[in-house]
Write a protein that binds this ligand. Structure first.
Ligand SMILES: NC(=O)c1ccc[n+]([C@@H]2O[C@H](COP(=O)([O-])OP(=O)(O)OC[C@H]3O[C@@H](n4cnc5c(N)ncnc54)[C@H](OP(=O)(O)O)[C@@H]3O)[C@@H](O)[C@H]2O)c1
Length: 339
């Protein structure tokens, strides 16, 4: 039996999660939703059954000649779980609908942690989501931090983390907001929310983060400094990271001088140039006075996609962590881009 999935919100994250779920043998996309019949809705109906996310706006689809199968309420009757990919904070407003329909739900990182029973990252706490009804997949920045910190913590122990988050200002499609010429401390006050968000998954990691927005749309960059508990050399850390498919190691030597080059590389291999992996510069990995330094780039549009797939398997207890991550990695070709 396949788990029947609804995708509520077919935007940056929703369309990628829908495509990833379509590649899995143990789950299927029953339908996706949009609030308006724009070009994204016209593209959606070519691949999926479309439903109106806001029932009162269903008429607009008929008027625009975009066929829908019904509203979100109709869709919820046909599924076992909904992956809420609506804009930040809207997921919490949608939750009562899911409770009423008696379906499980996954929320995204734009929601507060208390929307769900557990904040999730496959590598770090898969088992905590087993059998749960409401799970939140943490944000792109938090997913990138948690993957790396989990591996370092398990292998070398962590005394303390400091991380500087250099954030893309908006996604490429955004034309209503942006930062054309400037670097914005965001927030100005320390810490940024990323540290506390990491602690929703890794509660015993001491971490302080600061964050800046810069005028780019491609990726975030993290400069991470980790005081280690155990003695370790850069080569030891490299070996651990090399063993994890969700980490992609790259080298300045190969011409990866910026995120522009990383994306240029991904354009050759991946639909929508999606990078589901943390992209870590080999040369950045250094240990100085017991403190590990790492620089990584995170493709904000894609990194949470495999986590949503694994969260479904955990919530329905379809597979254990290793099995689920292996299948997700294989279907999304994670771990194959090694240079
Ligand atoms: N983009 C990122 O970098 C990123 C990374 C990680 C996590 N996230 C999180 O993922 C979530 C989705 O973000 P996104 O970037 O994918 O947003 P997005 O591109 O703006 O897409 C949002 C989608 O939700 C639909 N929608 C709007 N109101 C809705 C409602 N009331 N009920 C259901 N659907 C509704 C929109 O439909 P219409 O277009 O028809 O209005 C659109 O398809 C947020 O929590 C965000 O914080 C985003």
């Amino acid at each position: 039996m396949k788990v029947r999935v609804a995708i509520n919100g077919f935007g940056t994250i929703g369309k990628r999660v829908a495509d990833a779920i379509s590649l899995q043998k143990d789950m299927e996309v029953v339908g996706v939703t949009k609030t308006k019949p724009d070009f994204e809705a016209k593209l959606a109906v070519k691949r999926y059954k479309l439903y109106a996310a806001i029932p009162e706006k269903a008429e607009a689809f008929d008027k625009a000649g975009v066929p829908i199968e019904g509203t979100i309420d109709d869709l919820l009757e046909k599924v076992d779980i909904v992956v809420d990919c609506s804009p930040g904070k809207v997921g919490a407003e949608n939750k009562p609908k899911y409770e009423k329909a008696g379906v499980k739900a996954i929320f995204q990182g734009g929601e507060k942690a208390n929307v769900a029973e557990v904040s999730f990252n496959a590598l770090a706490n898969y088992d905590e989501a087993r059998g749960k009804n409401f799970v939140r997949v943490v944000s792109c920045n938090t997913t990138g931090l948690v993957r790396l910190l989990y591996l370092v913590k398990e292998n070398f122990g962590i005394r303390k983390v400091r991380a500087v988050m250099i954030r893309r200002v908006v996604d490429p499609k955004e034309d209503k907001k942006g930062l054309v010429n400037g670097i914005a401390p965001n927030p100005v006050a320390v810490p940024s929310h990323h540290g506390p968000d990491v602690q929703t998954v890794l509660p015993d990691v001491k971490i302080v983060t600061t964050a800046f927005k810069v005028p780019t749309t491609l990726m975030h960059v993290h400069s991470i400094m980790i005081e280690l508990e155990k003695d370790a050399k850069a080569e030891d850390v490299l070996e651990v990271l090399e063993g994890e498919p969700r980490i992609l190691l790259i080298s300045e030597e190969d011409g990866f001088t910026s995120t522009a080059k990383v994306i240029e590389f991904a354009r050759e291999f991946r639909k929508r140039y999606d990078l589901f992996e943390n992209v870590v510069w080999r040369e950045s990995i250094s240990v100085v006075d017991g403190e590990l330094y790492v620089t990584q780039a995170i493709h904000q549009e894609a990194i949470v996609v495999p986590e949503n797939v694994d969260a479904i398997r955990a919530m329905f207890e379809l597979a254990d962590k290793e099995e689920s991550m292996k299948v997700t990695n294989e279907t999304l070709e994670i771990g194959k881009l090694k240079l």
